[in-house]
Design a protein around this ligand. Structure first.
Ligand SMILES: Cc1ncc(COP(=O)(O)O)c(C=O)c1O
Length: 378
């Protein structure tokens, strides 16, 4: 059997070029990756310094962190989750590998919308499951709807969804999630809900799929709201009755996430003022971009409800988003992601901005991008 082919992230090659130009002394604004430019909250970093000296840092899963994460579901969603169902992972990426490996079988069909996070397609393929792409467009703000599931001729075994989503930031309202949960139940489809952007919303709090489907598989992470991408820590909420199976997979495939990250995360979870400060910066950046982009002629955008992305249709300017991003970078230093990473079919006419940068950088990027677009048009 041939190994599954896994595509690279095209944004990585753009980013590599950006770093080369930066090394040559160019001023670069990094908006290509979905990662906060801030670090972990300072008190979390101080805690990590302390624990580095205080303990040997072996293979551990801190039960206090699992209990604290369970409390997050009570605080955010009014849900009572047994902490024994919270299993720590090295981020949402291994949580997805875990869910697909332990709870699905080779050959199972797994659906998700296009545009979507590139790793869904590639992880599903790499694990010998079969990706089923559901094309979503501006009519559903590029999000999944229950009608998409009803329209599938053959029901897939699984469905991955994210609200807020990457690359659009759009969210599925409560009634939409309820309808998706009902449609999935009718057709025997198991849901994986990627809730990694929870906490980062501009239109009211995001709902967890657990509110509508108590058997949903939930994955989440400290990479986004908690600004700890490089600490490699996340979790899965195991569906009832699956904790021991998932724990056995974790033990064999991954062992434990870094103990230092677990100590730091426990502190980070109570640093609300700092984290909401980061959130406020994104809110300002989002407002600036949503005002500026239409004035530059980029009006075809689905205003992001959450996360820190803007997905913009640039078909009036290019049919090759990779070339567009490369030229924009070389001419201006503004680095963004080409749509082809998120949608292999329509992505050639879309770009994605990540606005998890400072407000000064956002303003600078708007100035550079605006002048460049005006030149291109002239
Ligand atoms: C939607 C989505 N899910 C999962 C991930 C992976 O995150 P982690 O750093 O927790 O592995 C990302 C990263 O950008 C993402 O955008």
């Amino acid at each position: 059997m041939n190994p599954a082919s896994v595509e690279p992230f095209h944004a990585i090659s753009i980013s590599r070029l950006a770093h080369r130009l930066e090394g040559e002394g160019r001023s670069i604004i990094h908006m290509e990756f979905g990662q906060p430019s801030t670090g972990a909250p300072p008190r979390a970093i101080a805690a990590a310094h302390h624990w580095l000296d205080a303990e040997p840092g072996g293979y551990v899963e801190h039960s206090r962190l699992c209990e604290r994460i369970a409390r997050l579901y009570a605080d955010r969603h009014g849900l009572s989750i047994d902490p024994a169902r919270i299993l720590l992972t090295c981020g949402a990426s291994p949580a997805l590998v875990l869910a697909l490996s332990a709870l699905f079988s080779p050959g199972d069909r797994i659906a998700f919308v296009r545009p979507g996070y590139v790793a869904y397609r590639n992880t599903v393929s790499a694990l010998d499951r079969v990706p089923v792409e559901i094309a979503a467009d501006a009519s559903t703000r590029f999000q999944l709807a229950a009608s998409h599931l009803d329209a599938l001729e053959e029901a897939p075994a699984g469905l991955i969804l994210a609200s807020p989503a990457n690359p659009t930031g759009t969210m599925i309202p409560a009634e939409g999630l309820a309808a998706i949960a009902a449609a999935a139940k009718r057709r025997g489809i198991r849901i994986i809900s990627d809730e990694i952007y929870h906490g980062l919303s501009y239109v009211g709090p995001a709902h967890s799929m657990l509110e509508f489907d108590p058997d949903a598989i939930i994955i989440n992470s400290f990479s986004k709201y908690f600004s700890m991408a490089g600490w490699r820590l996340g979790w899965i909420v195991a569906p009832p009755g699956t904790s021991e199976l998932l724990r056995a997979y974790i033990g064999n495939l991954f062992l434990t996430p870094p103990s230092l990250a677990q100590h730091a995360a426990l502190v980070a979870m109570d640093e609300t003022d700092v984290l909401e400060g980061y959130h406020e910066t994104y809110r300002r950046n989002r407002a600036l971009l949503l005002e500026a982009l239409p004035q530059m002629g980029l009006a075809r955008i689905a205003p992001p409800d959450g996360a820190f992305y803007i997905w913009a249709d640039v078909s009036a300017l290019t049919n090759d988003s990779m070339d567009f991003c490369r030229r924009l970078l070389v001419d201006t230093g503004v680095t963004i992601a080409p749509g082809v990473d998120f949608d292999p079919v329509e992505g050639h006419r879309f770009i994605r901005f990540s606005f998890a940068v400072s407000t000064a950088q956002t303003e600078d990027a708007i100035d550079r991008f605006g002048s460049w677009l005006a030149q291109q048009r002239a």
